[in-house]
Write a protein that binds this ligand. Sequence first.
Ligand code: NAD
Length: 495
Amino acid sequence: MTSSATSATALPPTVAAHVPTGVLVGGRWRPSSGGGTFPVADPATTEVLFDVADGTEQDALDALGAAADCAEEWRHVAPRERSELLRAVYETLTARADDIAALITAEGGKPLAESRAEVAYGADYVRWYAEEAVRVDGLARRAPAGGNHQLVLRRPVGPALLVTPWNFPIAMVARKLAPALAAGCTVVVKPAQLTPLTTAYVAEVVRAQLEARGLPTGVVNVVPSSSARRVSGPLLADPRLRKLSFTGSTEVGARLLEQAAPNILRTSMELGGNAPFLVFDDADLDAAVEGAVAAKMRNSGQTCVAANRFLVQEGVAAEFTDRLTRAFEGLVVGHGAAEGTTVGPLIEADAVDRVEQVVAEAVDGGARVRVGGDRPRGRGYFYRPTVVDRVGREDRLVTEEIFGPVAPVLTFGDEAEAVALANATPFGLVAYAYTRDVGRVMRLAEEVEAGMLGVNRGMVSDASAPFGGVKHSGLGREGGAAGIEEYLDPVYVAL
Ligand code: NAD
């Protein structure tokens, strides 16, 4: 059985004192124009941490007004100056990594070691785009027919709305905000209702740097709200907005695409996943189990790149499942800030109910729980790390994004069946494969319908690489050279 770590540790007062809880408009934190607030709670204890300004439609429009007012000035700021601003933000985030990690753990629940890794990962996007800001290339060439020249310049798309999910409160905003600012766009950020505190902290770091450098502080605006629609609706209908970058569920992404259509907005969509984790007979099983734990259990399984379906070749299925079960038995569930915790809570009560239900449905259909399969006693939104085998291919545990610490194991006979199973989903974000056969790796890269493939590793994310999916997992890429393109329009000059 998985064990429980010791008791909770509160958010250090030194950190709490520096968390803005207002709406950031035009460089100033202020209360909601409606006067309301909403609570943000620690999912491990259910205790309220802060009451945060409940942004209104008016706040959203004021924020867009501020972003639009300084769009011209910002786009003419020298790339080197934008680069140096981002580099300074990176240095500050890195210097304050422990404080930010404490905040991520307090509002999101993940163990402190994971929160520190998220700060490093998020800050890395800021460093990367500090470097990319001065490398926005164009094109100059003679037209193929001769007689004239062709130039291609890049221009920032203009004010952008950045909508982020709760599961990576620094990384998701960093990988939108940094390329937007590097490209010369101004922004309105709508953080997730469940985790707006880290975003506010990061925005204040940027605001302070803008102010210290005499740059326009309306470049970054933040509108937290208990109603996402109240913020996104009026902004998507406003012609001053030129770009929407969204990370979240496919369902909400599709709705926002519809709302973005009338204004023909540029959109980037980082949506849900249903990652297959393929283990072939020739795999190094120690590495596969280690990778499986990493790919499944980060943030208690609440990541878009979480391994959702363990597809294991028949020759090694029993051995792999036994070893994975033993690895899960060794995980320690508890408050993310408690010593020794390796698995934190889920984000809210509904999330635990849903995980419990999909596991129960699979068990009713004949699946077998090898470890876990229940909630530990006590407060907080916990669910035990769970391995389930004999799972049906049509179980919701397999067809839907689980978003919890549950690993369903299915088996396959040969490579063709593995690929067919991997592709039997509308999603296509990431796939993982464990094999020693390089020829097979290349075939999988060609045949598995996913934007990313992790080979013999349970983690693919890197600020320098293009992150994103195909099919219902999204449009566009974040990170790498591709990430800044999302905020630039090419302008072709025939000369
Ligand atoms: P969500 O779609 O519920 O919410 C995402 C954001 O959209 C939040 O800020 C939320 O307040 C806002 N939102 C919700 N309903 C809205 C509406 N009707 N109109 C406008 N905005 C609305 O997703 P979530 O629960 O925060 O995050 C989990 C989902 O995000 C999972 O599906 C996960 O796979 C996905 N995700 C994807 C990536 C990726 O890069 N592909 C990364 C992280 C999370």
